[in-house]
Design a protein around this ligand. Structure first.
Ligand SMILES: *Cc1c(COP(=O)(O)O)cnc(C)c1O
Length: 408
């Protein structure tokens, strides 16, 4: 698998990863995206910007996040050793602060007054609201009312941070509808606002830019793992919604042929349409939200309804680079059900004292499956993309009694 064939130096100048990605947007947005691309390329090559961001990563986010050997869990499973990259320990509790700080600093440099965004689980909203406070920008967050109810603590956080949380009542009232609403608001005023997209999705340059801001996760983890174990892990895994925490981990390992890579999508409650969000497993190429990628769509190209117990994973599209990595067979895209996810949520809580986000629990569940298959002497590095504080009430209300959690 030579570098030349895979060409990981992507995307090309028009934002394509092979046939995926690009920029399929109304003419009035083209100029703005071009300006964002140019501004981004400039800061990417600007040492003082990179130093400013690194300084914030260290002193504000708490980077580098550690890797942790899950000894109890590994021993219990009796197979490969499981390690976690602890993005859950970041300020605001997930990996999203990595790209939100980057996007907010970019907005500031471009002279924007406001950042706007959609949010699913509320993690992107909280991270962006935080980054906005820090950089002195206003912040509007669009959120489906179903998610507003489910992710109450994050809604409260955003409001405390001074962000405007705008409820979205259309469609299934979840992530995709929030993206639609935020996109429309952005079209109304793309000059004073920057749409800070929450994952490696959207038109060029966002898939590239968000990946670049997240890749520190993988580069840190690769070095930390080598330092701790004297070798590379045999497998790495991350959950895939839009795909930012996964690209963050994967990028540093793409050229390490000995490392198997797993992207974990939610199969929810079944493989029928509307019961899952397994875009790479069951989707077909199409265009949504300004870019081409695998998509869960009907015959007319309209996005299908999607579902996952994890609000941050129920998106009918996926980052374009993942689509290419699927076609190239460099990454294995697998699925994990709601049930397996909640089992993993409790398993990690009760073996290691770490309550994971429901999103991250998908990746944990896959590692739990994979460890006995790989066997002793092998190792799996999992991106623990976020902490589960935001999910505890939901999980206990819905599933607590199955796991012996009874509230009086
Ligand atoms: C948002 C979120 C995800 C999903 O987003 P990706 O872009 O696929 O990483 C995963 N884990 C956590 C904790 C999240 O907040």
């Amino acid at each position: 698998m030579s570098k030349k064939v895979l060409n990981y130096e992507m995307p090309d100048e028009s934002g394509f990863f092979g046939e995926y990605g690009g920029s399929f947007i109304p003419p009035e947005l083209e100029k703005i995206m071009k300006e964002i691309t140019e501004a981004y390329i400039e800061i990417k090559n600007d040492k003082s910007f990179q130093e400013e961001l690194l300084h914030l990563y260290r002193t504000y986010v708490g980077r580098p996040s550690p890797i942790y050997y899950a000894k109890n869990l590994s021993k219990k499973l009796g197979g490969a050793d499981i390690y976690f990259k602890r993005e859950d320990l970041n300020h605001t509790g997930a990996h999203k602060i990595n790209h939100c700080l980057g996007e907010a600093l970019l907005a500031k440099k471009m002279g924007k007054k406001k950042v706007i965004a959609e949010t699913g689980a509320g993690q992107h909203g909280v991270a962006l609201a935080t980054a906005a406070v820090m950089t002195g920008l206003e912040c509007d967050i669009y959120m489906g009312v179903v998610d507003i109810k489910k992710e109450h603590p994050n809604v409260v956080r955003m409001k405390i941070l001074g962000a405007n949380v705008i409820p979205v009542t259309r469609g299934t009232k979840t992530l995709k509808d929030a993206v639609d609403a935020a996109f429309e608001a952005y079209l109304e005023d793309p000059v004073t606002q920057l749409y800070a997209i929450g994952s490696v999705v959207g038109p060029h340059p966002f898939p590239m830019m968000v990946r670049d801001f997240q890749q520190i996760v993988g580069y840190e983890a690769r070095e930390q793992f080598q330092e701790a174990c004297g070798k590379l892990p045999d497998a790495i895994a991350a959950c895939v919604g839009g795909g930012s925490n996964a690209m963050g981990l994967f990028t540093a390992f793409l050229e390490d042929e000995s490392v198997s890579i797993y992207g974990v999508e939610p199969s929810g409650t079944g493989f029928e349409p509307g019961k899952h969000a397994a875009t790479l497993k069951l989707g077909t190429p199409g265009i949504l939200h300004g870019f081409k990628s695998y998509l869960l769509q009907d015959e007319k190209g309209n996005p299908l309804e999607v579902y996952s117990v994890a609000s941050g994973l129920d998106y009918p599209g996926v980052g374009p680079q993942h689509s290419l990595l699927k076609d190239l067979k460099r990454v294995n895209y697998v699925t994990i059900s709601d049930k397996e996810t909640i089992d993993a949520f409790f398993e990690l809580s009760r073996t290691e004292g770490i309550i994971p986000a429901i999103e991250s629990s998908h990746a944990v569940a896959h590692a739990i499956k994979l460890a006995p298959e790989l066997g002793k002497g092998k190792s799996i590095l999992v991106n623990l993309s976020g902490r589960g504080d935001k999910d505890i009430d939901f999980v206990v209300d819905k599933y607590g009694s199955d796991y012996g959690v009874v509230m009086d």
